[in-house]
Design a binder for this molecule. Structure first.
Ligand SMILES: [Zn+2]
Length: 125
């Protein structure tokens, strides 16, 4: 009888970011892919959101992103970069999201779980 090893789950990449430079590299990578200018990236703790971007191309990333799986951080990065193409969250914004990250909705849902966990954690104190 063949030994059946546990299959590693390669369908999801749950590895977290190595460091802030790892995150910055991903932003530049996605900026090239989406065809927008690489923003100036700043990491700092944020209370209510994962990231923000200004039309002048300054991106602020929540340092908490370093603790969530890369693929969810990538969703945040793509979301912010797409704002350079479309400032609101309307139909055009969504079609860009589908084009660059077809599974963005699933990632967004998973990210909400992390946000909820963080709120609970902070609420305990
Ligand atoms: Zn947005």
């Amino acid at each position: 009888m063949n030994h059946v090893a546990f299959q590693q789950d390669n369908t999801t990449n749950s590895a977290t970011w190595y460091d802030a430079d790892d995150l910055r590299w991903a932003v530049r990578h996605w900026a090239v892919r989406i065809g927008v200018k690489s923003p100036i990236i700043q990491l700092r703790p944020m209370r209510t959101k994962w990231a923000s971007i200004s039309t002048k191309g300054r991106m602020i990333l929540n340092t908490d992103l370093l603790a969530v799986p890369k693929e969810l951080g990538e969703f945040v990065i793509v979301h912010e970069l797409v704002h350079l193409l479309m400032p609101n969250h309307g139909r055009v914004f969504k079609s860009f999201m589908y084009a660059y990250m077809p599974d963005w909705e699933a990632r967004e849902k998973r990210l909400q779980v992390y946000a909820g966990g963080q709120r609970r954690k902070k609420g305990n104190r």
